[in-house]
Design a protein around this ligand. Structure first.
Ligand code: ADP
Ligand code: MG
Length: 401
């Protein structure tokens, strides 16, 4: 199944004053302020957050902007410029203080308001215009970008100063408890807390973070995102089966979560899991153990200023997601194979899998040729053209005006 992007990447994103003019056309007055929150890609550490372990995302330059103005009543009136989610249609009105969520995309901003109130923050009535160039449904976390931009804008409008990680927790709560989509804390933490030219080492249990230098340009390198534009609908059931396997493994090993298995216990732990679910649980746990080690190794090489040294970890991470966790698909494998044949230093699927996006690390000068090689490989295989675009590690949520 195909998803629709916010707008074609060739089209420049509207400037702040054009968005303010769009706000005025929609609501009859100018916005008071605007917040921007980015999408993200995870460099390494996939499905480790299910096991309370480490992840290492960067924020990407694509972001969602939320323009707001306060209202005197208790209504939240929202409109999105996105072609597939409200462009041309009337704004959606949500009454604050209730518990009913609207259907469709407006459930996200409404859920953020509910989660803010449930956490004890004041939520003013407001008009909100949403504009985004984060591709939707591509595994780049357009949902977290939307939640975080709205959460930051509403808090700012209310005059409350909330630490970024606290707001990430509220945004995740909105998605988990109110929209009803299970997800870890990575997406919202990345969107709120990432910094320019850094990756975010996040301990998903303690929520401790470290900003790890990730200045690829300084090393002559670049990172390409390849959005396969497919989403195979294995989705929820495949996700919950893996969640069950990880929980079962932790119980069998007598630990709170798989992250608590020390490196020296990995071999014996795997032996102990050998017979469970015909070997399926062992494979899932092995991915978690090896992936956790890869995150720690990548952080180490980045701290030492040698990003090229993460290439083998990306490749091993992909193989592990493909063979042990079994969440890759033909399109994602084709990206990795074609990129490597064209001289990439490393590549892997990123995000939940079954479609979505992959990342490719390469010499900056080779990125164009690698993109062409990936597109040619897709053409050969009869896959629809992927969307390839370079990204740099970008800033997390910030106020635009
Ligand atoms: P992703 O991997 O992009 O986060 P999700 O399925 O988690 O995919 O979230 C996508 C949903 O978020 C969309 O279906 C829509 O409801 C909402 N959404 C994201 N961006 C926008 C936007 N710019 N305008 C309206 N809704 C959006
Ligand atoms: Mg999402």
């Amino acid at each position: 199944m195909e998803h629709t992007n916010g707008r074609p990447s060739e089209e420049p994103r509207p400037a702040a004053n054009e968005l303010a003019a769009e706000f005025e056309r929609t609501f009859g007055r100018l916005p008071e302020m605007a917040w921007s929150a980015p999408g993200r890609v995870n460099l390494i550490g996939e499905y480790t957050d299910l096991n309370e372990s480490f992840v290492l995302p960067i924020a990407i330059p694509s972001s969602t902007r939320a323009l707001v103005a306060a209202r005197s009543d208790r209504a939240l009136v929202v409109r999105s410029t996105h072609q597939g989610y409200g462009e041309g249609s009337a704004p959606v009105t949500v009454q604050l203080g209730g518990s009913a969520l609207p259907g469709g995309w407006a459930a996200y901003p409404a859920a953020v308001a509910l989660a803010l109130e449930a956490t004890g923050y004041p939520v003013p009535g407001a008009e909100l215009l949403i504009d985004s160039d984060v591709p939707v449904g591509a595994g780049l976390s357009s949902s977290a970008a939307l939640e975080c931009s709205v959460a930051a804008a509403l808090c700012s409008l209310a005059g409350v100063d909330v630490p970024p990680m606290d707001l990430a927790v509220v945004a995740r709560r909105a998605e988990n408890d109110f929209v009803g989509v299970p997800c870890g804390i990575m997406d919202q933490a990345a969107s709120m807390c990432c910094q320019d030219a850094h990756a975010l080492m996040l301990d998903t249990r303690s929520l401790e973070v470290e900003q790890v230098p990730f200045d690829l340009a300084a090393a002559g390198l670049g990172l390409l995102v390849v959005d396969t534009r497919v989403k195979h609908e294995l989705g929820a059931s495949a996700y919950s089966r893996r969640w069950e396997a990880c929980q079962l493994a932790a119980r069998a090993l007598g630990v709170p979560a798989l992250r608590d298995v020390a490196p020296g216990q990995v071999e014996s732990s795997l032996r102990a899991l050998a017979g469970v679910w015909d070997g399926e649980v062992l494979k899932r746990a092995r991915h978690v153990f090896t992936e956790q080690a890869r995150v720690l190794h990548v952080v180490e090489v980045l701290r030492s200023g040698d990003p090229a040294a993460m290439g083998p970890d990306l490749l091993a991470g992909h193989a592990s997601l493909r063979d042990d966790f079994e969440v890759s698909c033909a399109e994602l494998d084709a990206v990795v194979d074609a990129a490597c044949s064209a001289g990439a230093i490393g590549a892997r699927m990123t995000g939940a899998g079954f479609g979505g996006s992959a990342i490719v690390l390469a010499d900056e000068a080779r990125l164009g040729a690698i993109g062409s090689a990936v597109r040619a490989a897709f053409d050969d295989r009869g896959f629809a053209p992927p969307h390839c675009f370079p990204v740099t590690a970008s800033a997390g949520a910030h106020r635009m005006f």
